[in-house]
Design a binder for this molecule. Structure first.
Ligand code: SF4
Ligand code: SF4
Length: 474
């Protein structure tokens, strides 16, 4: 214990001692890395998190195989600037929908953090799920319990240790390789990944090198860097100090009930609070902190300490929930969570953003059409008494099939002549062509006459475009 958590002996001296803030549990006094080898959690919350993680992992590993209209449901092809969400293709032209969607997501996270603390970190963050639910479980399986892991770490290099380390490195690297492949599938599509697997390494050397780089990064993160991602790198973690307040629900220790802490005695003298100072909550913590010191940046709300403490409370016949999801204010004053101005403010912004996003998604057309008058052209008087204007139409087909569209003049009688006869827009592509609009001279009284053009796919109007028609002006 002492070597793993060197600061704890000091902290035990006085509950309100703030010296724990001067150091990080993962860095020793000599400035070296303190590897946290937490005890395996066991309990209700861990079981729920395991179930939630299984669903999460199932979704993560099956989504790249699911297709809608022969295209993946999700694709983030930054290289080809092709993005698919829930089967809908988004183009760079849809960037504003992306921006609003991203903003909405950030607001969600902020709002959730204000209300529920870092619940995202413990239950939905890929780093926590991969680390705690895949790599950590494999580590327990290969290296044994936390105690056995410590013994293995401290023992000199011998055949046994080399074998254990080799198995662990191979297992971690293999899983990192699988994860990297699936990440690649989210970028270029599972079909392309499978095609590359069939073709072999040589024709796909560039992609293979990127894959190995990503695999090595994943391996480094899960084998060595681990909780440092949450403590040092993750910007969301760094924001906790700004987002959380005393009303935020976090994994918290009930110091009112627990203090003064003290070892359990045969004869209960009511001298101490409910905390029996067993350190089990610290032993299970993957970031090596003591939650009894209060909410800390390092706490990823993994709930392992809740399970550990509940199990101890059951053993000593005291009520569970000494560590639980609770706000600091509730613990201090035994009050219920109330909606404060921050929650209301964020909720309003979130609702507005959600509405804007829904409207944009609902009204997003499969075809984008732009009509511009051809540069340098005014109007032409035709021998049959009509006036003709030349325009240019640019169409973007965001769907996965070729589309034939037609143009209709909506607010007056006129004739549209497409150069090339038909407006056929190839799938996922652009098409532009000039067209003539001919209107009877009697109908054109002004120099500029407003006109409305409808773009139709079959009988369905997909876009309305307003522009002007030039005439002689008398
Ligand atoms: S303090 Fe508890 S909830 Fe926070 S990271 Fe440690 S074990 Fe998880
Ligand atoms: S597990 Fe519970 S009883 Fe044991 S030290 Fe932590 S808070 Fe106290």
């Amino acid at each position: 214990m002492e070597e793993l958590y060197p600061n704890i002996a000091e902290e035990k001296k006085e509950y309100l001692d703030q010296s724990f803030r001067d150091s990080v549990a993962t860095i020793s006094k000599q400035g070296k890395r303190n590897f946290i080898l937490p005890k395996k959690p066991k309990g209700k919350f861990y079981n729920w998190r395991t179930v939630a993680s299984l669903i999460y992992l199932l979704v993560f590993f099956t989504l790249p195989f699911i297709k809608v209209n022969e295209e993946p449901v999700f694709l983030f092809n930054v290289l080809q600037r092709k993005f698919i969400f829930f089967g809908q293709i988004f183009w760079p032209q849809d960037f504003f929908i992306f921006a609003i969607g991203f903003l909405t997501f950030i607001m969600f996270v902020i709002l959730f953090t204000v209300v529920f603390g870092r619940v995202f970190c413990g239950w939905a963050c890929p780093q926590t799920i991969f680390m705690e639910m895949i790599f950590r479980k494999i580590e327990f399986w290969i290296d044994g319990t936390a105690h056995q892991q410590r013994r293995l770490k401290e023992m000199p290099w011998n055949g046994y240790k080399i074998r254990k380390r080799a198995i662990k490195i191979a297992a971690f690297y293999f899983i990192s390789f699988i994860i990297a492949n699936f990440f690649l599938a989210y970028i270029i599509g599972m079909d392309s990944v499978l095609a590359m697997v069939k073709e072999g390494i040589n024709p796909n050397m560039g992609t293979f090198i990127s894959l190995i780089i990503f695999t090595t990064i994943f391996f480094f993160v899960y084998y060595w860097f681990r909780e440092q991602v949450c403590i040092v790198v993750c910007p969301y973690g760094r924001l906790q100090g700004v987002l959380l307040d005393k009303k935020s629900i976090v994994v918290a220790y009930d110091y009112v009930r627990g203090e003064p802490r003290g070892k359990i005695k045969k004869k209960d003298t009511n001298e101490y609070g409910d905390c029996i100072d067993c350190f089990d909550c610290v032993r299970v913590c993957p970031t090596g902190i003591d939650i009894r010191n209060g909410t800390q940046l390092e706490c990823v709300n993994c709930t392992a300490c809740i399970d550990a403490c509940n199990s101890i409370m059951e053993k000593v016949n005291r009520p569970t929930g000494l560590i639980r999801y609770e706000s600091e204010e509730n613990i201090e004053h035994s009050k219920k969570t109330k909606i404060n101005w921050r929650i209301s403010g964020y909720s309003v912004v979130l609702i507005i953003l959600l509405c804007a996003l829904s409207i944009m998604l609902i009204t997003r057309a499969d075809v984008d059409a732009r009509i511009l008058r051809t540069a340098g052209q005014m109007f032409q008087s035709l021998p049959d008494g009509r006036i003709s204007n030349l325009y240019n139409i640019k169409l973007i087909n965001k769907t996965r099939k070729d589309l034939q569209v037609s143009l209709h003049l909506e607010n007056m009688i006129g004739e549209i002549t497409i150069v090339g006869n038909k407006l056929i827009v190839p799938k996922e592509s652009y098409y532009q062509t000039p067209f003539f609009l001919k209107i009877d001279r009697q109908l054109i009284q002004n120099r500029k006459t407003p006109i409305v053009l409808g773009v139709y796919q079959d009988d369905k109007k997909i876009e309305t475009i307003k522009t002007t028609f030039l005439g002689p002006g008398y």
